[in-house]
Unconditional design. Structure first.
Length: 76
């Protein structure tokens, strides 16, 4: 496999990961908001908040990797 094909495959995988992370953040945020609106400040609400923070960090990490790999294609 050529180097450019390998990088393109990695880019596609990173895009899929980015999409999944954004979807998870959206679903979890909606659940946390509905629990807070209902007045439930329990363990699961805080687990959701922590999950959103961790997924946001993962989102930034994946976005930086995506940017790095895109610039790598430019150099080929």
């Amino acid at each position: 496999m050529a180097k450019i094909d390998e990088i393109k495959e990695i880019l596609n995988t990173l895009r899929v990961a980015l999409t999944i992370i954004v979807g998870l953040v959206t679903v979890i945020a909606g659940s946390v908001i509905s629990r807070i609106d209902a007045g439930k400040y329990d363990f699961w609400s805080w687990c959701g908040v922590v999950s959103i923070v961790l997924l946001s960090v993962a989102l930034i990490f994946v976005a930086r990797l995506l940017s790095k790999r895109t610039k790598e294609i430019k150099d080929l």
